[in-house]
Design a protein around this ligand. Structure first.
Ligand SMILES: [Zn+2]
Length: 452
């Protein structure tokens, strides 16, 4: 009797526990599929250039904000270019706020070069979500919102106000989006203390975080020289003059690239220079005149300059070695509007500190660690993001997209993100938002410091 009773109890207990675990696993897997489905819906909205559908993306984001009871506001500093601001009010609104920033636009995609349609957000058998924007950066936008959803479900109360800001046009320079916004009264009114913006995927297990970025310089050099018969050997032809410069530029490029290859510097720490165009020759109906050495030749270069580089010496190098007037050469820097200074208005390099003077950095490191992630060494972003506009107005801004074990596919064919990495990233943001929104330096030293 005793034996039978114990057996029955065990059996009932076993059945009950199985049932409970089945229920909880099915509810967590249905929650998981809701999360993935919301991500897919956002990816399916065609916010690709040249005709991004900002109306649809705005409607989608606002409908999500309603489901989270966030206050929403849409501003248009340029008509047709909406900036969506969602607000999660903090209990200490006098403290500077947290801005979780992302851009809503994506670059175009050549459909026929993809294995799955770039705007269908197909999840393959392995769990990879294929879509334009899956890495750059609709993942981050949705991870912010999902993290807020979870924190709210725990009744977490932010001390600092948390803003989620979704802006247009980053992929075409951000001039009608982040740039105007960073200088606007609307932005000042948010009293932002720290900005989080996009980073890059990492092929290894470490997440990457960026504290600065390189500035683009677009350089065109032009050579002129006496024209001559194609058969004649003489000095100072335009082609010869240009080729000497190209050789010199190639040597410089190799010296910078060698530093990366030797592991001495990261990609963002060197000056990169790549030729974008070559323009020379005398056109003829059948192609080019072949027995004529032309009197003009031009070449264009995309240069990326880290804020840690000596910009003055680079400009001198351009004037003295790459386009010297003694070789009948001239140059234009900043044609096509790109020659951004590596310094801010006060003459200091545009960087966000990663030492103890910036508590947000340590908070990020700890929060990532607490969520089970690993963070690599702080880096300079090799290209440009909207974060530069916020750094220029003196704010700390960290570029961070939690994607480890993921190939870098932004702007590439077959951009994808694995769903497990996407879900892990939500946990990372839960941890970061919690840490940032709770941070109050006044509590630590008993003084009021609002300048953070
Ligand atoms: Zn981006």
């Amino acid at each position: 009797m005793m034996k039978l009773n114990r057996g029955s109890i065990f059996l009932i207990a076993f059945l009950l526990s199985t049932l409970t675990s089945l229920q909880s696993s099915s509810s967590s897997s249905s929650e998981e599929s809701n999360i993935i489905s919301r991500f897919q819906q956002y990816l399916q909205i065609k916010t690709n250039h040249p005709t991004p559908n900002y109306t649809q993306s705005s409607q989608f984001l606002i409908s999500l904000s309603k489901s989270l009871s966030l206050e929403s506001q849409t501003i248009e500093l340029v008509p047709g270019k909406p900036i969506i601001i969602l607000k999660w009010a903090g209990t200490s609104p006098e403290l500077p706020s947290i801005m979780l920033y992302s851009h809503t636009d994506v670059v175009p995609a050549e459909h026929d070069k993809w294995v799955h349609h770039p705007f269908k957000a197909h999840v393959d058998d392995e769990g990879r979500i294929y879509a334009r924007g899956s890495q750059d950066m609709k993942c981050v936008s949705m991870q912010y919102l999902e993290a807020v959803r979870i924190l709210k479900s725990w009744d977490f109360q932010p001390k600092r106000t948390v803003y989620l800001v979704f802006a247009p046009d980053e992929e075409i320079g951000g001039h009608d989006g982040a740039e105007k916004f960073s200088l606007s009264k609307d932005f000042q009114d948010l009293n932002v203390g720290i900005v989080l913006d996009e980073g890059l995927a990492s092929p290894d297990e470490h997440y990457r975080a960026f504290y600065a970025e390189r500035s683009p310089w677009w350089l065109v050099i032009k050579a002129v020289g006496a024209p001559g018969h194609g058969s004649k050997l003489y000095d100072n032809s335009a082609m010869e003059n240009l080729l000497k410069s190209i050789e010199s530029i190639r040597r410089f490029r190799a010296s910078q690239f060698d530093l990366i290859k030797a592991g001495l510097k990261a990609e963002g720490d060197v000056v990169s220079i790549n030729m974008a165009f070559l323009k020379a020759g005398t056109p003829s109906p059948t192609g080019f005149v072949m027995n004529l050495q032309p009197s003009e030749a031009e070449a264009g270069f995309d240069i990326r300059v880290p804020p840690t580089a000596d910009a003055e010496s680079l400009e001198r190098r351009i004037a003295e070695e790459w386009a010297p007037s003694c070789r009948n050469m001239s140059f234009r820097l900043g044609q096509f509007k790109q020659k951004l200074s590596v310094l801010d208005a006060s003459g200091k390099p545009v960087i966000t500190k990663t030492d103890s003077s910036n508590p947000w950095w340590a908070l990020l490191e700890n929060a990532v660690q607490e969520s089970g992630g690993k963070l690599g060494k702080p880096e300079i972003f090799p290209a440009s993001t909207d974060a530069r506009y916020f750094r220029r107005v003196g704010l700390p801004a960290i570029g961070f997209s939690p994607m480890a074990n993921t190939p870098i596919l932004l702007h590439d064919h077959n951009e994808y993100l694995h769903k497990d990495e996407y879900l892990k990233g939500i946990k990372v943001y839960e941890s970061i938002i919690k840490a940032y929104a709770s941070f109050d330096e006044r509590v630590k030293d008993g003084t009021s410091k609002d300048e953070l």
